[in-house]
Ligand binder design. Structure first.
Ligand SMILES: *Cc1c(COP(=O)(O)O)cnc(C)c1O
Length: 383
């Protein structure tokens, strides 16, 4: 069936982005690729298989369910669970050999007990809250806590990490404060004979903005997400890594009409034509994950040229004013990505939609087919 909306994902760009990240951090820093939320909408298994093939050291997901999906998809490298888990998931964590994040003593106790029942040790990472204010053991209590956890016979502390709150801002003061709090925890632990092999802080923004957050001597692992997919987290980051965007969102014109001056278009009459003009209807809307906030603000590419979205973006339809140009039904439309000489970056769309690139790619509906180019055999689009 002819697709109304699809995402073309060029996997070779993800290989490129990973290599650029490696170049930035050096060969000795471990890379734990973040593939939560269906690999930021790019397809969990396809992306993860590629990252494994490219020699990534570990993967990070949000929760146990995602970890199990990876194992069932044939991924056998270490998988770190970033969020908390339910007690009933402890057996799954053991069975599927997932690496949980711990920041509560009770949880550590249960894990240790269940691991010992299986005659095993379970590897864990500890999340220290140095100022993100989300999950994690508060940094002031971290040393004492980790000493306690270290005593559990069924647990092996493989890693310790913290997460930046504001790495995508220009002013690095708060990030520096977080680094120094984390560093202090690491040093105090070392003095007490505890030195987890992996110590990590850097997310995508930090890899661009904060070189002191990764280095082999101290913070010897990183957790990039967004960069792998080829997008810059905010307009305020330095573009110190050269990226290739991996997802191009495409559609086709489904209807074309000519309207006279004074025509109201779409819900609530937010747009009225001032001249005779061609209007193209696209089969895409907020129900597909294309944000309604682009109403009267967004642009799309048709025949390599930019045209404005006019009127409200509807649930499954949008309108484009093509002026004097009579585009045709079935003409390809690019909502973000490149077409001929035209380019609309995801970052630009995110700014116009008043959000971040992450939200746009993760909001793409499951119904939107992912069509892979590059390392996988290309899927026919029109079959
Ligand atoms: C999502 C997440 C990351 C990756 O963030 P990016 O900004 O996409 O690189 C890293 N660490 C933690 C704890 C996260 O939740």
């Amino acid at each position: 069936m002819r697709k109304r909306l699809w995402a073309e994902i060029d996997l070779s760009t993800i290989s490129h982005n990973l290599r650029q990240i490696k170049k930035r951090v050096g060969p000795s820093v471990k890379i734990m690729g973040v593939v939560k939320a269906n690999a930021y909408g790019h397809g969990l298994i396809a992306v993860s298989n590629l990252l494994v093939k490219e020699g990534i050291d570990a993967l990070c997901v949000d929760n146990v369910e995602e970890g199990i999906e990876l194992r069932k998809g044939g991924i056998f490298i270490p998988i770190l669970i970033l969020s908390s888990f339910w007690e009933e998931e402890v057996d799954l964590i053991c069975n599927y050999q997932l690496t949980p994040t711990i920041f509560e003593k009770e949880t550590a106790e249960i894990l240790s007990r269940r691991a010992l029942e299986r005659g095993r040790k379970i590897k864990i990472h500890i999340n220290v809250d140095t100022g993100m204010g989300r999950a994690g053991i508060p940094y002031k209590k971290a040393v004492e806590f980790i000493e306690e956890v270290n005593k559990f016979a069924g647990i092996e502390i493989e890693g310790i990490y913290t997460h930046f709150s504001s790495a995508d801002e220009e002013d690095g003061k708060y990030s520096s404060l977080q680094i120094s709090r984390f560093q202090e925890v690491v040093e105090k632990l070392k003095k007490r004979g505890i030195d987890p092999p992996l110590k990590h802080i850097a997310n995508s923004a930090a890899l661009l903005n904060i070189p002191s957050s990764f280095n082999f001597n101290c913070f010897n692992a990183i957790r990039p997400g967004l960069l792998l997919y080829g997008y810059y987290p905010s307009p305020l980051v330095t573009r110190s890594i050269s990226l290739k965007p991996s997802l191009c969102l495409k559609s086709r014109v489904i209807f074309v009409k000519r309207v006279p001056p004074g025509s109201f278009l779409s819900y609530n009459r937010t747009y009225v034509t001032t001249r005779s003009t061609f209007i193209a209807i696209l089969p895409v809307g907020y129900g597909d994950g294309y944000p309604r906030s682009l109403s009267n603000r967004g642009e799309v590419l048709i025949r390599g040229k930019r045209f404005p979205l006019v009127g409200r973006v509807c649930m499954n339809q949008s309108l484009v004013d093509t002026g004097d140009i009579k585009v045709k039904v079935e003409d390809e439309v690019v909502l973000w990505g490149t077409q001929g000489r035209g380019k609309i970056s995801l970052e630009e769309v995110a700014l116009k939609a008043n959000t971040i690139p992450n939200e746009l790619v993760t909001n793409l509906s499951q119904k939107v087919s992912r069509v892979y180019l590059g390392n996988l055999p290309p899927t026919r689009i029109d079959s």
